[in-house]
Design a protein around this ligand. Structure first.
Ligand code: ADP
Length: 164
């Protein structure tokens, strides 16, 4: 782990830029709703957190039809920040929902395999987020879409709290 203080907004912007052409290939609209000037200081392993954000955005692209809509937002909530990735894609049934963070769990095995999926992405993402003292939650409805929320602690006293 290489935990350093950094501005989450910059990381989110760079993930957004990386995903734009990929969403574009499926004619999906990818929107960054957060304020680019918002300062979100957190203690992070930048490469690993990037891996999480890209995993969640790529899932939205993968499991949303052509022409669908995906957004990424970041909102401060006291000493925490919520990163919210929403899509209006295939969604996940209530039955599958509690299991998607398990290792090797894929909702539609045949389809997932065809898309080159392993079912490991979210399990690893959850581990990385927990290592950052955060949490990751999902809400979804089949046929309507999915919303992933990552909650992370902010550094409130510059250069003191949260750095390991
Ligand atoms: P995979 O490599 O199969 O995408 P993940 O661990 O990233 O593995 O995701 C686990 C399963 O959760 C996926 O197989 C998929 O069925 C479901 N899933 C994840 N994100 C979404 C999403 N945004 N919309 C619909 N289903 C999703």
């Amino acid at each position: 782990w290489n935990i350093k203080e950094g501005n989450l907004t910059l990381l989110l912007s760079s993930c957004y830029e990386k995903m734009l052409p990929i969403a574009g290939q499926k004619k999906q609209e990818l929107a960054a709703l957060f304020d680019r000037d918002l300062e979100l200081r957190i203690a992070m392993d930048k490469d690993r957190l990037e891996q999480v954000i890209l995993n969640i955005l790529s899932n939205s692209v993968k499991y949303t039809e052509e022409g669908g809509h995906i957004s990424i937002d970041a909102k401060k909530e006291g000493s925490l920040v919520n990163i919210i990735v929403s899509d209006d894609g295939l969604g996940i049934s209530a039955e599958d929902l509690p299991r998607i963070f398990e290792r090797f769990y894929r909702v539609d095995k045949a389809r997932s395999r065809a898309m080159g999926s392993s079912g490991l992405g979210l399990a690893i993402s959850k581990q990385i987020i927990e290592e950052h003292h955060g949490s990751i939650e999902v809400s979804s409805a089949l046929g309507e879409g999915t919303c992933m929320t990552i909650q992370l602690p902010l550094i409130t006293h510059r250069g003191v709290a949260g750095i390991e």
